[in-house]
Ligand binder design. Sequence first.
Ligand code: PLP
Length: 400
Amino acid sequence: MLRDTWAEISLSRIRENMQTIRRTLHPSVKLMAVVKANGYGHGDLESAAAAESAGVDYLAVAYLEEALHLRASGIKLPLLILTPIKPELVQMALEHDLTLTVTSAKWFAELRKLIPYAASGKLRIHVKMDTGLGRIGIRTQQEWDELVPWLRAEDVEVDGFYTHFATAGQADTGFLEQQAARFLEMKEWGRSSGLAIRHYHCAGSAAALRFPQLAMDMVRIGAAMYGFYPEKLVRSVKLEPALSLHSRLIQVKRLAKGDYLGYDNSYQAEEDEWIGTVPIGYADGWNQRMQGTDVLVEGRRAKIVGKICMDQLMIKLPRPCPEGTLVTLIGRQGAERITIAELAEPLGCAQQEISTSLSSRVTRTYTEYEETRTLVDSMTLGLWNEHMIIDHAEHQICNL
Ligand SMILES: *Cc1c(COP(=O)(O)O)cnc(C)c1O
C-alpha cells in the first residue's frame, strides 16, 4: 500500500454475523451468502472464504464474470448467478458448475437451439418469480405454464424457485405481506407441476432477520453478512459492520477568517481556522454528497468543509494536529464511532451503496481479530508504544 488510505475488513466479523444469522433460523434452513459487487465492496474472494468457513451452503453473485472470478480462485461451493445470462454463455457456465437463474420460456427456447442436451452434466437452475419488485422474473401463471415443459427435460435440475422483496427494509409491512402471499400462490404452481423443485426461497437479509417464518428452504444473505441491516426494525439480533475506512492527514494549515477553500470557493472560513487535508476523494468513492459529514481525528469528530475533490478533501480541525495523524471515515476511534448507517440515512441511500462505491483505488486490508481495531484506536489516542505499532504492521502484512 503506497498511499495512506485504506479499508480494513474484519473477516471474523463477517463470520460472526453469518453465525448470528444462522442461530436465528431453523437448522434446516440453508444459507446462501451473496458476494456480488466484490462482496459489497469487502472483497469477493475474502468474503466468500469467510462465509464458507462460517458454514454457508451456497454462494450467489449477480453476473457470470463474478462467478468465474470466484471459480478461478478455487471456490467450490454451489454458486447461483442471480441475473439471467445470455444463452450463448451457458456452456461456459456449465463448465464451471454454476447455477443459473431462468425467467422465461423464450430464454430456454433460445438455449435449446445451442445446447439440445447438456452432455457435460446437468443444467442446474433456479426459476425467478416476480411477485411485485417488477425487476426480473415470471409474473403470470401463463408464463409459468409456458416454461414448465422446458423444465421437464431430463438434463434440467430445478434446484430452486425464488422471488425477491421490494420493501423488506421498510417499517410498513403491507406490500411485503402481499408479495409473500403472491409467492405462496406461485409455490402452488410449482408444487402442482410435479417437478422436483428442491428449494423455495424468498428472503434476503432484512426479510430473514425480521420474519424468520419467511425463510422457507433457504435465505439469501448479502447486506447483513457485512453488518448492514435495518437496526431499528430488528431487535432480536446485533450484527457488527465488518468494514472500516481510514486515511492520514497529509497537510495541516491555518486559514484566516474570510479565506476561501475548495473548488468554486465552496467554503469560507468563519474565523481563523485549522484545516487538514485528507488524501481521499470522490474517485475513491467519497462522493460530493458527503460534504458536511464528519470524520474522526484524535478520537473526536471533525467536519468535511468545502467541495470534496477527486483525490482529496479538507476537514476543519479543532486544533493543529501533526501530519500523518489517523483520520477515520468509517469506524471507531476511542468512544466515538461513525457508521455507514449514519452516513447513509441523510443521503437516503442503502448502506451498501457506500461500501460498493469504494473504488479499486482504496486498498483493502484484512484482519482476523478484533485487536487490530483496538490498536488503531490506541494509536490514535496517543496511547500506543513501539511494540503495538510493530504488531499492527505485522498483522496487516500477514493478512494482505
Ligand atoms: C442482492 C440480492 C440479495 C441480497 O440482498 P441483501 O438485502 O443484501 O441481503 C438477495 N437476492 C437477490 C435476488 C439479490 O439481487
